[in-house]
Ligand binder design. Sequence first.
Ligand code: SF4
Length: 295
Amino acid sequence: MKECTLCPRECGVDRSQGQVGVCRSTDEMMVARAALHFWEEPCISGEEGSGTVFFSGCSLGCVYCQNHNIAKGLAGRKITIERMSDIFIELQEKGANNINLVTPSHYVPQIIQAIDMAKRKGLDLPIVYNTSGYERVETIRLLQGYVDIYLPDLKYQSGQISKKYSNAENYFSYASEAIGEMVRQVGTPIFNERGIMTKGVIVRHLTLPGYLQDSKNLVKYLYQTYRHKIYISIMNQYTPMSGLEQYPELNRRIEEAEYEELVDYAIELGVEQGFIQEGETASESFIPEFNGEGV
Ligand code: SF4
């Protein structure tokens, strides 16, 4: 925290003295919502819900962010590590299938301490690490033995596209290396008797309008590299948010035909372990309210 290099931005700022880097976060954890969440993949949410903790701030900062208020650190409350551990226990008491840490990368050291504390208080749920994928492998190594399920995005293969929308030309090289470490740590997927995942990696890809070829490249890369060691979740829920005037090409939803072409491509490749989305998922009503619930 004194010279932060937790993520590939390597800002080097002293977060313990209140300085902030790209993630706009000091060393005090900010959380926007902690509640049961039912819209993850079925093996994560189940019927009981996933105990989801939405952290404020983000080190990637995509222009089309679906949660832009919290990503910019504009929503959320400061909490201590002790309080974080209590939140985990409260979610367990509400019946959550797991503890699902959303955009956690910039708080990894604090989260490790909170998990240790919560385990001493009786936490006995799988921990899900739900990330943009823009990670340093050294930081992911710190999580060995703490995280059971990795839920990384793999957003772009092309450095040109990742530069344009996330100011991260090196996105693919960092994300692909991090995913390799995640698979090494947790191995092939394991499910309990109710079909809930207890260990494994699900890589998510949010299909962007107009970038079908990049999406196909990513699906091919994942399948050829990992085959049945991971699940691939192909998402169609992209919702254009306000503030996209400079990016008119992103100001529309995915067409059904684009999405179907990508799904058919994955099936033709041989992908069997995957998730697709059906029906009307591209709607702001699927984005939860970041009102401090459960914090
Ligand atoms: S975690 Fe934040 S401050 Fe640290 S390197 Fe990443 S963006 Fe910069």
